[in-house]
Design a protein around this ligand. Structure first.
Ligand code: HEC
Ligand code: HEC
Ligand code: HEC
Ligand code: HEC
Ligand code: HEC
Length: 218
């Protein structure tokens, strides 16, 4: 009759006797601890990722000069495109050069220390190195132009910039973030019946936000 694994047979010791040796028991115990530690680490890591601590949302570096969007775009109602001119035509939204600032500040607050700092930088042709906030990975193609001409507000993607004393990243553009909106604005063949046709038009024209890979990747 075959012996049960944990039954001690007379005259035999250790594994031979079907008993786990203390040395082995210690080994298994350690292994289990390591496994447990690994599981805890993985759960922690996953939770951390999900909690958004790894994302750049909220990223708000201080700039060479404390430039306030709240003061300019908010309180003084300067339109976004007055400074970020060309965004409706081009790929990038240019950050204004110092001559744009001086257009106002050669007069406005000209004697304030901060403004004098701007004037000096301008006169010495030493532009500020503004710290970049939004940046997609290199392998993604993004273009502002089709978005602006489709009538999407800057705030949809950048948040309420006009309330920010210092720009903070509002969204992280994971692929899903782009795709969700593209699916919603995707072209559908217009239905024959005219009564429902205008559902397919946004701001007076049909949008076609493609979702195929080469729209955003080469
Ligand atoms: C008076 C000029 C001016 C106006 C008006 C203005 N901006 Fe800016 N904007 C700047 C300057 C200068 C920077 C670079 C410094 C900084 O990040 O604060 C900037 C930076 C930004 C950035 C961060 C770019 C990056 O990734 O580094 C965003 C987004 C932005 N502006 C959006 C807007 C929006 C939206 C509006 C309108 C609600 C607006 N801006 C109005 C001058 C302006
Ligand atoms: C559909 C979403 C979307 C809209 C709408 C949008 N932006 Fe952007 N913006 C982005 C993304 C994404 C980036 C990062 C682009 C990159 O890294 O190539 C960006 C970057 C920027 C930058 C940094 C410079 C650059 O172009 O890379 C500025 C400044 C900016 N946006 C301002 C604006 C302003 C002003 C408006 C409105 C006129 C606007 N954006 C509308 C998504 C958007
Ligand atoms: C269209 C006009 C206009 C433009 C362009 C403009 N500003 Fe201003 N700026 C203002 C006004 C208005 C104020 C608020 C004045 C006040 O309340 O005393 C102001 C205030 C400021 C202040 C605060 C000054 C202080 O000491 O309190 C700074 C700093 C500043 N601007 C920087 C900039 C920079 C940098 C640029 C270019 C990127 C710029 N401004 C472009 C109109 C402008
Ligand atoms: C809030 C909605 C929205 C978001 C978010 C958005 N898009 Fe778009 N996108 C559109 C719409 C609408 C169009 C189409 C406009 C038209 O019909 O010309 C478009 C067009 C484009 C085009 C031009 C396509 C072509 O060939 O005509 C590119 C490229 C693009 N988006 C890339 C991106 C990327 C990359 C992101 C994420 C960083 C993004 N978009 C986020 C709405 C959005
Ligand atoms: C509307 C724009 C858009 C379209 C369409 C799109 N992508 Fe992306 N994709 C992005 C953006 C933005 C990122 C960068 C996300 C990030 O920062 O990690 C990305 C990242 C990726 C990555 C890197 C891994 C990751 O998730 O970060 C892969 C792989 C990828 N895309 C494959 C595809 C494939 C395959 C398709 C077609 C089915 C596709 N993409 C269509 C915008 C797009």
């Amino acid at each position: 009759m075959p012996s049960l694994p944990f039954q001690r047979e007379p005259g035999k010791t250790g594994l031979q006797a079907g008993r786990i040796e203390p040395r082995m028991a210690k080994f298994y115990w350690q292994k289990r601890w390591r496994l447990l530690a690994l599981i805890i680490a993985l759960l922690g890591f996953g939770g951390w990722k999900l909690s958004g601590l790894f994302s750049n949302v909220g990223y708000s570096p201080s700039q060479p000069i404390p430039f306030s969007h709240r003061l300019h775009a908010g309180i003084n109602h300067i339109p976004c495109m007055y400074c970020h001119a060309g965004v409706e035509r081009g790929k990038v939204a240019p950050v204004p050069a110092l001559n744009v600032c001086m257009g106002c500040h050669s007069v406005v607050d000209a004697n304030r220390p901060l403004i004098q700092k701007i004037a000096t930088a301008y006169n010495q042709r030493k532009p500020f190195h503004w710290v970049r906030i939004y940046a997609l990975p290199r392998f993604v193609k993004f273009n502002h132009q089709p978005h602006i001409s489709a009538g999407i507000a800057c705030q949809t993607c950048h948040g309420p910039v006009q309330t920010m004393r210092q720009v903070a990243q509002y969204k992280e553009f994971w692929m899903g973030e782009c795709l969700d909106c593209h699916r919603a604005h995707n072209y559908l063949p217009a239905p024959r019946d005219y009564a429902h046709r205008d559902l397919y038009y946004v701001h007076g024209r049909m949008t076609n936000a493609p979702v195929d890979c080469n729209t955003c990747h080469n």
